[in-house]
Design a protein around this ligand. Structure first.
Ligand SMILES: CSC[C@H]1O[C@H](OP(=O)(O)O)[C@H](O)[C@@H]1O
Length: 356
């Protein structure tokens, strides 16, 4: 089946009560849907980035927690709640950096806490409703991110992006790529430069695939070429996603993002982080407090080819993310508006407006 992105990246099959995912490890060559209902298979899909991207991970965890819970046999609330907590903690152990995972799991836990007298059957229905609400909210949030982000762009702009913060990182639209999708739907034209994003190549495999499918002029480049395209004046803005934004605006995103921000700052190119408020963690004071996932060395030394030139036994550094200092971020685009420095005030103000 020719890969396409017309379906939602993450969804619930309400008939079979399964979590349905596009297996992103197979893209762009193969479009495979996974239908999951076992906790260990859902955990594995998150750990191995079959589903990836902060919002998509959160939605997958919420739907996954529902499909697992729906198969609990006990009618006893004490046992049910204990099994629920165990499943929630298991999913929370999958990946540490994207705060959406914990945000979504906590929303599901609040349903259980708010309904201490509900029967287990009633609770299963409430958990299904919450998981679907989380999934549907993501579509509206990303569309609004697109609107605010588009207000920062001009028709014809060259846009550099890093990793994939598009439809495949969310339910639809994406975050950093949402302005592009929205602009193209309105007849605008952009030239997107996507870093390949070693070692898992989310840029060349996923963003390039997504942008080409949307009819956007797309150029892929090695990560070490970003300076060259900026130096030539081909880039008018950098748009990136995020996995956790600290209260002071420091932002964790795919490894290599902080280097792109330094380059953009040097070439006086605006650097925008596109952040649903579900990715803003006001309990995290600064980037040094953000847990950075360390991934297997083989992703650097063996992925995509038999084995790299790395000599046997050499140490390999493979952090999945790095933190971009808030001083390098021009603005943070949220679904409630655009935050400018000082971020410790502007993010708090935007997040408080989100609860009004
Ligand atoms: C819209 S969140 C996308 C964000 O998530 C990616 O990480 P991963 O592919 O490891 O899940 C990357 O940091 C993207 O910017």
């Amino acid at each position: 089946m020719k890969p396409s992105l017309t379906t939602e990246t993450v969804r619930l099959d309400e008939q079979t009560k399964e979590l349905v995912l596009i297996d992103q490890t197979k893209l762009p060559g193969e479009y495979t849907l996974l239908r999951l209902s076992k906790a260990e298979d859902i955990w594995e899909a998150i750990v191995h980035l079959r589903v990836r991207g902060a919002p998509a991970i959160g939605v997958a965890a919420a739907i996954g927690l529902y499909v697992v819970t729906d198969r609990f046999q006990t009618q006893d609330r004490g046992e049910f709640d204990q099994q629920f907590r165990a499943a929630k903690e298991y999913f929370a152990s999958s990946r540490p950096t994207a705060v959406n995972l914990f945000w979504a799991l906590d929303r599901m836990a609040q349903v259980v806490q708010r309904n201490p007298q509900a029967t287990t059957d009633r609770l299963k229905t409430l958990l299904r409703d919450e998981a679907i609400a989380i999934q549907r909210e993501d579509v509206d949030v990303c569309r609004r991110l697109g609107e605010y982000g588009l207000s920062l762009l001009q028709d014809g702009d060259g846009i550099l992006t890093h990793c994939n913060a598009g439809q495949l990182a969310t339910v639809k639209y994406g975050t950093a790529l949402a302005p592009i999708h929205l602009g193209v739907q309105r007849g605008m034209h952009f030239h997107v430069y996507t870093d390949e994003t070693r070692p898992l190549l989310q840029g060349i495999r996923l963003s390039a695939f997504e942008m080409q499918a949307a009819g956007v002029k797309t150029t892929v480049l090695c990560d070490n070429m970003a300076s060259s395209v900026m130096q030539r004046g081909w880039v008018q803005a950098v748009l990136v996603g995020c996995d956790r934004v600290a209260a002071n605006g420091d932002t964790a995103n795919k490894i290599g993002t902080s280097g792109v921000a330094i380059l953009a700052n040097y070439y006086h190119i605006p650097f925008y982080v596109v952040a649903p408020t579900s990715t803003i963690d006001l309990t995290c004071p600064s980037g040094t407090a953000i847990p950075i996932e360390q991934r297997p060395p083989e992703e650097v030394t063996h992925m995509w080819y038999e084995a790299s030139m790395a000599p046997a036994g050499v140490d390999v550094y493979n952090p999945a993310f790095d933190v971009t200092d808030h001083s390098l971020i021009t603005a943070i685009v949220t679904e409630y508006g655009i935050a400018y420095p000082p971020y410790d005030k502007s993010l708090a103000a935007l997040c408080s407006s989100s609860t009004e």
